[in-house]
Design a protein around this ligand. Structure first.
Ligand code: ZN
Length: 396
């Protein structure tokens, strides 16, 4: 190569980098912490109830679209109320909000249960729902009169699976709990699990050896997935295999139709990163097309504390810091420091947005403008605009 030509190339490169600003410099392949509010993102796992105008104002300021997930959870409003709130939110923020329906198992013993559950789902889909959530009550709470736990591969759930598959919807499965739930307190890896299961002994499986094991529940889920190779499935909470990215990888290899989300389990990746950062980073790069960002933040409808929105924002920023930067970080959940994963920009874009758009193509429809929404009225919290954000994020 001749020297003058090399010089010209270098000069050209320098000029280009000057013209296009700092992003085109040495770090063009990476986002920074400062990029956070400027990159369009999707939080594909939240539970937003009520009016939520303050929550949405924050989401818009941080450039998040959301997927709010209805759950058959006794601490949440009744399912019809969740559905009405979600449909209304979607209408008020077109292109910004999508939602996932769910079904009640209250009358599971009735011979008409499946028919009614599917009717309930059809109604939600008519309102715009793009998927169906099956919750951990299947496997951990719902029992037959003889005392046996109803498992995810129970034939009585078939009509629901068939409906989801036929409509090309997505089944979002939260089965079991973090493995910590089956371990003695001193072997639990993160503080928030230790606290939660101390405060909620009824859900602490280690204390209930008569209840199904972690493996039993996940094996039943996996038998159901093996029987439905065309069912689009998203294993939320890292498919309850959060303690080892190799186990999540094994799940994704075994079920090519499956995805996972990070909701409320990023702390487990942080914990693993404190021991072997490269392993966690390699996992996310290898499965960059199959991982969705989600926070699991719950919001509303009963209080209107401004701290709640500030908490959501703080959580979003810290998650971004971990995935995007290489900064040394500390978690209140465990003592060891860990470094952010500094994932390439292309991987971050997939995890934070395009994987969700591909999985739910009708969710944030391109023909609907990304709503800026009705203007929030600063200083006058709307009643019912609220957020009990549980430290360590919500359990559903
Ligand atoms: Zn959740």
């Amino acid at each position: 190569m001749s020297t003058p030509r090399l010089t010209a190339l270098l000069a050209g490169a320098a000029l280009l980098s000057l013209l296009s600003g700092p992003a085109a410099g040495a770090d063009a392949g990476y986002f920074s912490l400062q990029d956070f509010p400027h990159v369009p993102k999707i939080d594909a796992h939240v539970h937003v109830h009520g009016d939520a105008s303050h929550f949405m104002a924050q989401a818009i300021a941080d450039d998040f679209s959301i997927l709010t997930i209805n759950v058959d959870y006794p601490d949440f409003p009744p399912i019809p109320d969740q559905e009405r709130a979600a449909a209304s939110l979607r209408a008020r923020y077109p292109g910004r909000v999508a939602f996932i329906a769910t079904f009640s198992v209250e009358d599971f013993q009735s011979p008409r249960w499946a028919q009614e559950a599917v009717a309930q789902l059809k109604e939600a889909v008519a309102q715009g729902a793009v998927g169906v959530k099956i919750w951990k009550n299947i496997g951990m709470a719902l029992r037959d009169p003889d005392g046996r736990y109803v498992m995810p591969d129970d034939p009585r759930l078939e009509p629901v699976y068939r409906y989801v598959e036929a409509q090309h919807l997505v089944l979002l499965g939260h089965q079991a709990e973090p493995l910590n739930c089956w371990l003695p307190l001193k072997r639990m890896t993160v503080r928030s699990d230790r606290e939660y299961f101390t405060e909620h002994p009824q859900y602490y499986m280690y204390r209930h050896p008569e209840m199904p094991s972690h493996e039993t529940i996940l094996a039943a889920r996996d038998r159901m997935l093996a029987a439905h190779p065309d069912l689009q499935f998203e294993g939320v909470h890292l498919a309850s295999l959060e303690w080892d990215v190799d186990r999540v990888a094994g799940f994704l290899e075994r079920f090519p139709q499956a995805r996972v989300d990070l909701a409320a389990r990023l702390v487990h990746l942080e914990y693993q990163a404190s021991r072997n950062r490269d392993k966690v980073r390699r996992f996310l790069i290898r499965y960059q097309d199959r991982v969705l960002y989600g926070s699991d933040d719950s919001y509303g409808p009963d209080d209107s504390k401004p701290e709640a929105v500030a908490d959501v924002h703080r959580g979003w920023v810290e998650d971004w810091r971990f995935l995007v930067t290489g900064e040394v970080m500390h978690s209140p959940d465990f003592p060891a420091p860990f470094a952010g994963l500094r994932l390439p920009r292309t991987v971050v874009e997939k995890i934070y947005r395009t994987n969700a758009e591909r999985l739910f193509p009708r969710a944030w429809a391109a023909d609907a403008p990304r709503g800026r929404g009705p203007p929030a009225s600063p200083g006058t919290p709307a009643s019912g605009d609220s957020a009990p954000r549980v430290p360590g994020r919500s359990r559903p």
